[in-house]
Design a protein around this ligand. Structure first.
Ligand code: SF4
Length: 72
């Protein structure tokens, strides 16, 4: 799966990168550094993606089902 962090919903609580540092990190302002990208979750780490979704009090993290890549 992939995960996406909403640029508009992320308020910089830092729970994602505090609780799931394997997937999330902080930018210089304390916001989730991954909020501008769709993040590939490594194989076997789906439980970490789910933990990130649960950790975010803003509901800013969503799991994106694997789909065919579309050209950008
Ligand atoms: S827990 Fe949610 S609101 Fe907090 S930094 Fe992470 S994505 Fe942003």
């Amino acid at each position: 799966v992939k995960i996406q962090v909403s640029d508009t919903l992320c308020c910089g609580h830092g729970r994602c990168y505090s609780l799931v540092p394997e997937l999330f990190s902080s930018d210089d302002d304390g916001y989730c550094a991954e909020r501008h990208v769709v993040l590939d979750v490594p194989a076997g780490a789906d439980h970490l993606a789910a933990a990130g979704v649960e950790a975010c009090p803003e509901g800013a993290i969503t799991i994106v089902p694997d789909v065919e890549e579309t050209p950008t």
